[in-house]
Ligand binder design. Structure first.
Ligand SMILES: [Zn+2]
Length: 89
């Protein structure tokens, strides 16, 4: 009888320890999303890139990729790319 009670108490302690550990790991792994810029760049899993000329966000798949120096820049259109080239001359 006393052995059974002790077993139940041990199980309860282990259960609460498990809950505590689980909560600790869950709260640690589930970080709050950073509001603002970083969230604005993510739309339905597709990365948005900023056009440095008109500052519009364009999905990577539709952006015009240009390598300027050691940087890769993304533009919404050829016109923006040309305007950017003019402005950086
Ligand atoms: Zn643009």
């Amino acid at each position: 009888m006393f052995n059974l009670l002790r077993l139940i108490v041990i199980i309860l302690i282990l259960y609460f320890l498990y809950q505590g550990v689980r909560r600790f790991f869950l709260s640690d792994g589930k970080k709050m999303p950073i509001p603002g810029e970083d969230r604005a760049k993510q739309v339905r899993g597709e990365d948005l890139v900023e056009d440095p000329q008109c500052h519009m966000y364009v999905p990577v798949s539709r952006a015009i990729e240009k390598r300027i120096g050691d940087r890769t820049l993304y533009f919404c259109s050829e016109a923006c790319y040309r305007a950017y080239q003019e402005s950086t001359k």
